[in-house]
Design a binder for this molecule. Structure first.
Ligand code: PAF
Length: 283
């Protein structure tokens, strides 16, 4: 596996991988890799001739009081994991390569970026859309894979690809991979490292409460009543606060107040200890 951190080197290496019409899959990450990331890489390998993974802790998607400095960085360990999974190229740019002196462009996807995590983390999804658009232009992959754990991020990236007429990758080639969970049900996340053992046990209550809520909605319970019960259950499990717990239309993320079988997701963000955890499931 080659590890590259300069854009001119990346372009040459990508061109070499594409010789003979070989296809390339991109798996964008911020590192601190876990089984969820490795599931993306495995699926990418099954779908393309070569896999390129990126590791870049993107400062533009962290708010002023967020965990940019504390975010786990362990490039050597991550590189070994990616190499063992058969990744051809690791793109690990520096901040200066990604945002050179004078950088001034921002991509903002309105609507779908403004609710849920977008309301709680102003500017976060502009940072995500901007860096993902740059990664797409840098690598020009045939397909790109993202975890469904960040459902809103996936919806925003698809919206951006449609709106900007992207072709490398095309919006339909942006592939979501189901969330990988611990045996307890806790969705895997690089931020789970912030949890103590006791908090990790409590955090497992989130997915259990969400499954109850989904069962209730599917059995015809009122969405407002169900979400109120869900909030109470999440707090009873040991979370200190619930940022949001909403049922939303799967693509637009518009709020759903009456469920009639339309594509829908239950999305939750809640705080426990020093961590803000997010999770989502289909209704
Ligand atoms: O999901 C992530 O790890 C990041 O938001 C992404 C897509 C790599 C952009 O920085």
């Amino acid at each position: 596996m080659q590890t590259i951190n300069r854009l001119d080197d990346l372009r040459k290496a990508v061109d070499a991988l594409k010789i003979g019409g070989k296809t390339v899959a991109l798996v964008p990450t911020m590192g601190a890799l876990h089984e969820g990331h490795l599931a993306l890489v495995r699926e990418a390998r099954a779908r393309a001739d070569h896999v390129i993974a990126s590791i870049f802790v993107n400062p533009r998607q962290f708010g002023p009081n967020e965990d940019l400095d504390a975010y786990p960085r362990r490039l050597a360990t991550d590189a070994a994991l990616l190499e063992a999974e058969g990744v051809a190229l690791l793109w690990a740019p520096t901040v200066d390569q990604m945002y050179p002196q004078g950088y001034a462009t921002n991509i903002s996807v309105s609507g779908v970026s403004e609710v849920a995590c977008g309301a709680a983390r102003p500017g976060h999804f502009d940072g995500v859309a901007t860096v993902v658009c740059k990664l797409f232009n840098q690598v020009r992959p045939d397909i790109a894979l993202f975890g469904e754990k960040d459902w809103q991020q996936l919806a925003i990236i698809r919206r951006m690809a449609r709106d900007l007429d992207l072709t490398q990758p095309h919006a339909n080639a942006i592939i979501g991979i189901p969330t990988v969970r611990e045996p307890s049900g806790l969705a895997m996340s690089s931020r789970n490292q912030y949890l103590t053992d006791a908090e990790r046990d409590s955090a497992a209550g989130l997915s259990a409460a969400m499954l109850h809520a989904i069962a209730a909605i599917n059995a015809g319970a009122d969405i407002g009543d169900t979400l109120a019960r869900l909030n109470a259950q999440i707090l009873a499990a040991g979370f200190v606060s619930v940022d949001y717990a909403d049922v939303r239309e799967a693509d637009t993320l518009e709020t759903i107040t009456t469920f009639s079988g339309q594509p829908a997701r239950l999305l939750v963000a809640a705080r426990i200890g020093n961590a803000r955890l997010i999770d989502n499931m289909p209704v």
